[in-house]
Design a protein around this ligand. Structure first.
Ligand code: NAD
Ligand code: UDP
Length: 321
């Protein structure tokens, strides 16, 4: 019998790719989403699949279904979206985690948490290793997300210690690719959309801050590998691409790949913007036998193709959110 996997946040950017990958592996997939940042368009091509089911549901409310594996991805991920309703963001991470852990406890399902490099905050050590406890502002604009995700990790490990749950905690570093929301304010989508529209690229600060960008297919492969590990493997485990680049360097690469002659414009830095970020993926290499394979240039080219098509389709359907 095929495994029944539930993906919360399944209509979002990462979730929709995960649903696709799980279906391709023969799983039954229950996609749960409240469509806060997710889109039906991301999963429209899956709706007629015989092993796919969609449930509109907010995970801050209890859910009673029968499943073997839970991938808990529900949570807005871009600063613009998670700061829109910060109380709901914390509720989604904390109450959502409690509900999903409760479901895992009742059904004896394995459960994977999509955690984040944001648990490290603005880090003092570089690259970041899993043993680093982080430097997070508990009362700032990003705290609803960072502290919510940190509390969710706490809950996962307490449910394991207290109730013996089979948990997997994955710390995801900046990931990009097709189906990112064009207006979600994340840097890759912002720059590509701006370049394709011939607009000025908005560089926050001087653009000297760094990030390390992982292509979505690499990330999803790691997520499924982690779910399939033995029960002794709990994480937290970093997953991302260690190739680090400054945000200015990224802007220049996007301009080059789109052939845009757009310019760069500096804007004030957002509060608590981490200055540098790069995952140490030694553990992922050892525990999952995984490493990223898609170079930034190739991944950006695929993402640019997606946005080119999406923007021209949206031009004929103004409400295609
Ligand atoms: P996304 O915003 O595209 O997807 C999040 C999905 O969760 C959306 O479909 C949204 O509608 C849904 N959602 C939000 N609140 C919900 C709720 N209360 N109940 C049900 N559904 C809800 O973002 P994404 O980039 O696909 O991120 C997915 C997960 O991965 C998030 O948990 C995020 O924190 C984590 N993550 C992503 C990145 C990244 O670079 N993309 C990095 C670190 C962590
Ligand atoms: N950024 C930028 N211009 C933009 C959007 C983001 O310079 O139009 C910067 C942002 O300040 C941050 C980096 O790009 O330093 C990554 O931002 P993003 O929101 O994508 O992710 P996060 O800060 O969560 O890593």
């Amino acid at each position: 019998m095929s495994r029944r996997a539930m993906v919360t946040g399944g209509a979002g950017f990462l979730g929709s790719h995960l649903c696709e990958a799980l279906l391709a592996r023969g799983h039954e997939v229950l996609c749960v989403d409240n469509f806060f940042t997710g889109r039906r368009g991301n999963i429209a091509h899956l709706l007629s699949h015989p092993r796919f089911e969609l449930l509109r549901h907010d995970i801050t409310f209890p859910l009673y279904v029968e499943v073997d594996e839970i991938y808990n991805l529900a949570c807005p991920a871009s600063p613009v979206h998670y700061q829109f309703d910060p109380v709901q963001t914390t509720k989604t991470s904390v109450i959502g985690a409690i509900n999903m852990l409760g479901l895992a406890k009742r059904t004896k399902a394995k459960i994977l948490q999509a955690s984040t490099s944001e648990v490290y905050g603005d880090p003092e050590i570089h690259p970041q290793v899993e043993s680093y406890w982080g430097r997070v502002n508990p009362i700032g604009a990003r705290s609803c997300y960072d502290e919510g995700k940190r509390c969710a990790e706490t809950l996962f490990f307490d449910y394991r210690r207290q109730h013996g749950l089979r948990i997997k905690v994955m710390r995801i570093f900046n990931t990009y690719g097709p189906r990112m929301h064009p207006n979600d304010g994340r840097v890759v989508s912002n720059f590509i959309v701006q370049a394709l529209r011939g607009e000025t690229l908005t560089l926050y600060g001087e653009g000297e801050q760094t990030r390390s960008f992982c292509y979505v297919d690499d990330l999803i492969r790691a997520m499924i590998l982690l779910m399939d590990t033995d029960d002794v493997v709990t994480g937290p485990i970093n997953v991302g691409n260690p190739d680090e680049i400054s945000i200015r360097g990224l802007a220049e690469q996007v301009l080059g790949l789109t052939g845009s002659d757009g310019r760069l414009e500096t804007r004030p830095s957002p509060a608590d913007d981490p200055r540098q970020r790069q995952p140490d993926i030694t553990l992922a290499r050892e525990a999952l036998g995984w490493e990223p394979t898609v170079a930034l240039e190739d991944g950006l080219a695929r993402t640019i193709d997606y946005f080119r098509q999406r923007l021209s389709a949206d031009a004929f359907a103004p409400d295609a959110s």
